[in-house]
Design a protein around this ligand. Structure first.
Ligand code: HEC
Ligand code: HEC
Length: 391
């Protein structure tokens, strides 16, 4: 990370204001001071933390001893991978998100607010029918020579194999209505789970599938066939405890300045919640506003709600760029009207300063026109109204 000082342009310096008398000027200087304290504070804490973090080995994959794991044990491990805890609370409509990232998109419980992707409730039963559908056969015919991103030829038979296949090859069957916009439901927005950024090991995927199989009928362990399903699907045995793959990014990745905005969106999971024009993977997010910050940021700064947050000392941005950076680092400084405080609060520790600037600059190039070109619209709860129906 580049140090905050240094000869280059200071991103947080508000533009010179027209001479407006002493009082106004000193107020501005005061505000700038506050802004610096706020940002420096966050980054000072961060600089202390980063080198230690870099020195750490990536968190090891969850150890799964395939020879010994009972169905219950396997499902329990899967639960840990999905939620990062064995006791996920749904307080406030959200659940914790573990290294598998699944709850970023999928709903696991009826009181969880997450309707942007097919709910994984009753999935074990549903999975049994998928391979029998004509739609599945259509995908199998389309990919007789292998699906291009994974090389996999769709060939799932029982439901468990379908669940395994879904993780390694989301495009091998795309649930109707949930494909990437413009792909006619032929391409899935779901990331390939054994590849970066999520990159679970084979054993971890088996555990996650075991969890899906046990979730709705925990008393019936005969449904937990994930290990057998994996071995039948791939025609080989699972290695008892796979060693950690080398050189993988940590499961708590960091955004660096060398990353493209698209890579940052992917690494950080922004796509799970936001639609972002020009970013191929970010077309389905339904939790946060459509990110067209060239349009939104100036508009927010002028809004009475933001002015109130400024007066109350919760928010500090003066320029659109400051606004976007603040939104990423301190999402609760200001909650966009119509939304909930759903964005995670730890991005301040996951971006280098230059990466944060890069992301803000990028988002500030996107406006209503960029979104309209791709047929992307605001969500119904956005007060500004639809981009597509308005002339
Ligand atoms: C970025 C959002 C996203 C993430 C993260 C994600 N999925 Fe998905 N998933 C989708 C979407 C969208 C679909 C529907 C399109 C399709 O069929 O691929 C889907 C489909 C599925 C299906 C098929 C559902 C059906 O009824 O046929 C399964 C199973 C599944 N996901 C499991 C998972 C698991 C397990 C994880 C975590 C390891 C996960 N997904 C992570 C978005 C996501
Ligand atoms: C778990 C869902 C979630 C994820 C993941 C997420 N956000 Fe958000 N984001 C939200 C919600 C909800 C809001 C609106 C509420 C608020 O203002 O905090 C929001 C607001 C924003 C805003 C303000 C938008 C505006 O028009 O005023 C920006 C900018 C933003 N997010 C950027 C990002 C970036 C960049 C990432 C990835 C690094 C990201 N978000 C990841 C949910 C999310």
């Amino acid at each position: 990370m580049k140090p905050f000082e240094g000869g280059k342009e200071r991103p947080f310096m508000p533009p010179a204001r027209p001479a407006g008398g002493r009082k106004k000027e000193s107020r501005t200087i005061f505000k700038v001071g506050v802004w610096y304290i706020f940002v420096l504070g966050a980054f000072a804490a961060y600089t202390n933390w980063l080198p230690q973090y870099r020195g750490e080995a990536p968190p090891p994959p969850v150890e799964v001893n395939m020879e010994e794991a009972s169905p219950e044990k396997l499902a329990g491990l899967g639960k840990m991978i999905v939620f990062g805890t064995d006791n996920p609370s749904t307080a406030g409509g959200t659940v914790p998100i573990g290294k598998g990232s699944c709850p970023l998109c999928h709903m696991f419980f009826t009181d969880q607010r997450a309707d942007r992707c097919p709910a994984l409730i009753g999935e074990e039963a549903r999975s049994q029918n998928r391979p029998k559908e004509d739609r599945y056969k259509m995908f199998a015919a389309r990919y007789v020579n292998g699906e291009p991103n994974s090389g996999i030829k769709p060939h799932a038979k029982p439901g468990g194999q379908y669940l395994i296949e879904s993780e390694y090859c989301p495009n091998c069957y795309v649930v109707e209505g949930y494909g990437i916009k413009g792909s006619h439901d032929m391409e899935s927005p779901m990331p390939i789970i054994n590849k970066p950024p999520i990159q679970l090991t084979d054993n971890e995927i088996v555990a996650v599938v075991a969890y899906l199989q046990s979730k709705d009928t925990p008393e019936d362990s005969s449904k937990v066939t994930a290990k057998q399903d994996w071995e039948d699907y791939f025609g080989r045995r699972l290695t008892p405890a796979a060693p950690a793959p080398q050189g993988i990014p940590p499961s708590r990745p960091i955004a660096y300045a060398e990353d493209t905005p698209e890579q940052i969106v992917k690494k950080m999971g922004c796509f799970g919640c936001h639609k972002i024009p020009t970013v191929a993977i970010a077309k389905t997010g339904l939790i946060g506003p459509l990110l067209i910050e060239k349009t939104n940021a100036p508009h927010r700064l002028k809004s009475p709600e933001y002015r109130k947050a400024l007066r109350e000392g919760r928010a500090h941005a003066r320029t659109p760029k400051e606004y976007v950076m603040e939104s990423i680092m301190h999402p609760d400084a200001f909650i966009v009207p119509g939304f909930q405080d759903d964005m995670m609060k730890d991005f301040g520790k996951k971006f280098t300063f230059d990466a944060l600037e890069k992301m803000a600059d990028f988002l500030l190039t996107l406006d209503e026109e960029t979104a309209r070109k791709e047929g992307l619209d605001r969500l119904p709860q956005e007060k500004e109204g639809s981009l597509l129906t308005r002339s």
